[in-house]
Design a binder for this molecule. Structure first.
Ligand SMILES: *Cc1c(COP(=O)(O)O)cnc(C)c1O
Length: 459
């Protein structure tokens, strides 16, 4: 059979609320044309993020009842610890309430002024935690990763030549660790090859520098390796994931992605001294080392999620359902970032709206129009998020790419929901020449995309 179906049936449903075009127009206006300001109730299909939005399985919900809420020595912690150790091989598993809490602890210990932390591309919370420590967060993506139309297999890779040049130039003391984000979330969810992980690790080892994975989407990355990298077609996903982790000295993880839970994360590492320091901070900021900011029932659901995410029928459906959306949009001529990534489709807003310049925020205009057309919430990833306007001179510095992300929550929407999304975006594409740019009428000093207010331009 060629049809790939959702490998689950639905036991509990959550009704959607439909709104009219007229209602959505008023909602947008009231929200200052910022989709973060819209109540989730007023959204029909929510593709804002894939983080913490997964549907849990009956087994996970059952596990929630079994969760052991003991302050110390909870059996749910030992279940999670055993699962993570089996998967990653790391000696120390430190639970945190989400990924950024693991980052905060790691960079509190390893960051600091004068240091540089390279990554294929830092996720924004990773960058923020490194910068808060006083260190520099350096992105070293491969050049082909920045070309939206190029169809290549592993556009999430680290630029190894650039990394080697950096390691040669700087003294090893300045580089406390090297990170690799799998999949490369900030670069359109593109995967990293096993060869790239292996070579990054080898390079780090030759300079005696610890190597960490940002493992948020390790299972999606492992599936891409199985699909695309020679030699892995007959290897199980668990074996591929174990090999990925085997090259690293530790990892940070947000369970809100490939943990298939609504909340959770961990820091895992091999170094005994570092682990002791991490646990000392954990007790002060998150909680005792056997719960680390999570309820026992969260630990339990997380342990089940990490097993379920490795199931091949799940990953086949997951990766296929994202590429299905990409292929349908591509067939309509809608410009997307190629090839489809693991968790989202990124619309290329500059190619979609070539008449709207970067300083008039084509991604924001497009995201608002998609909401207006069908109640679909997406996320601008362009000059609103990464561009800068100098408050004194008014000089505008655009982002590298103007994109709109359609992130797909795990196990939440069916194929007909996705068909509806395609129809709606196709409709917007038909009338794209009529769309107008946007102007920022209020912006906060940092992370402006969350709270900025906009106004549509008249011409
Ligand atoms: C989501 C994410 C994080 C942060 O995790 P939170 O659970 O949201 O704190 C870090 N890195 C990557 C790549 C992510 O996608």
């Amino acid at each position: 059979m060629k049809t790939i179906i959702e490998p689950f049936k639905i036991k509990s449903v959550e009704p959607l609320r439909f709104t009219s075009h007229k209602e959505r127009k008023a909602i947008l206006e009231k929200a200052g044309y910022n989709l973060f300001n819209i109540h989730a109730d007023d959204v029909l299909i929510d593709l804002l993020t894939d983080s913490g939005t997964s549907a849990m399985s009956a087994k996970q919900w059952g596990g929630m009842i079994e969760g052991d809420e003991a302050y110390a020595g909870s059996k749910s912690f030992y279940r999670l610890e055993q699962t993570v150790k089996g998967l990653t091989g790391f000696r120390h598993i430190i639970p945190t309430h989400q990924g950024r809490a693991a980052e905060k602890i790691l960079f509190n210990i390893m960051g600091g002024r004068g240091k540089i932390v390279p990554n294929n591309t830092h996720f924004d919370t990773t960058r923020a935690n490194i910068e808060i420590s006083g260190a520099e967060a350096l992105d070293l993506p491969v050049a082909e990763g920045l070309d939206p139309s190029l169809k290549k297999n592993f556009k999430g890779n680290m630029d190894l030549a650039a990394l080697e040049a950096l390691l040669q130039k700087e003294s090893p003391q300045r580089i406390p660790l090297v990170m690799l984000t799998v999949t490369n979330n900030s670069n359109a969810g593109q995967p990293v090859s096993m060869e790239n992980i292996r070579q990054t690790s080898k390079l780090c080892r030759s300079y005696g520098i610890p190597f960490f994975l940002d493992a948020c989407r390790f299972a999606e990355n492992a599936y891409f390796i199985k699909l695309r990298e020679p030699g892995y077609q007959n290897t199980s996903i668990r074996d591929i994931a174990q090999e990925m982790f085997s090259y690293a000295d530790g990892c940070t993880m947000s369970g809100k992605k490939d943990g298939l839970v609504n909340m959770g994360g961990f820091l895992a590492l091999n170094d005994d001294q570092l682990a002791q320091k991490a646990r000392n901070i954990l007790v002060v900021t998150e909680g005792f080392p056997t719960y680390g900011g999570l309820a026992g029932h969260d630990l339990e659901a997380f342990a089940y999620g990490l097993d379920e995410v490795l199931q091949e029928d799940y990953l086949r459906y997951r990766i296929r359902s994202v590429s299905y959306l990409g292929e349908k949009l591509d067939a309509l001529g809608v410009p997307i970032f190629h090839p489809p990534g693991g968790h989202a489709i990124y619309l290329d807003a500059s190619a979609f709206l070539p008449h709207i310049p970067a300083h008039e925020y084509p991604g924001q205009a497009l995201a608002c129009e998609i909401y207006l057309a069908g109640g679909i919430r997406s996320c601008e990833i362009g000059s609103v998020m990464f561009g800068k306007t100098d408050p004194a001179s008014g000089d505008f510095q655009p982002a590298k790419l103007e994109m709109v992300r359609l992130a797909i929550p795990r196990r939440v929407y069916t194929q007909s929901h996705i068909d509806y999304v395609v129809e709606c975006i196709g409709h917007v594409f038909q009338k794209r020449v009529q769309l107008k740019g946007m102007r920022i009428v209020y912006e906060p000093p940092v992370l402006r995309h969350f709270t900025a207010l906009f106004e549509p331009l008249k011409k």
